[in-house]
Design a protein around this ligand. Sequence first.
Ligand code: CMP
Length: 140
Amino acid sequence: MALERTFSIVKPDATRRNLTGAICKMLEDGGLRIVAQKRIQMTQAQAETFYGVHKERPFFGDLVSFMTSGPVVVQVLEGEDAIARNREIMGATNPADAAEGTIRKTFAESIEANSAHGSDSAENAAIEIAYFFAGCEITG
Ligand code: CMP
């Protein structure tokens, strides 16, 4: 197993319901360390660039609107196999498909308002971390 870093977002549906702490606890209880974190209001330009890979998808406009509808908490998580581990802790994108005990099964309201984002690969983790954090803001 390798020590990795991944990028995470506590989404607006979760910050609105004051679930940031509950979600952080699930991440920490799952073996991940929060090595950087900040609460921000994402701009439309930031959301469009961040989700640029989904630009042609029918849900892109709604996704950008949702991600800019309230504050989010962006995070860098560190741990053994952190990318896969975080995705296990979050559960499937659609809460209807997510396993019991996962963040999305427990908290998500819909496939869009699904409470958490996590990088899907090492390559994207590096891109997403660099998009929101300077190296000096990350400390293990
Ligand atoms: P996330 O992991 O942040 O990455 C892309 C997001 O698009 C995903 O979580 C979902 O919240 C959102 N989304 C909205 N509608 C859909 C859909 N129909 N299929 C997949 N993802 C969707």
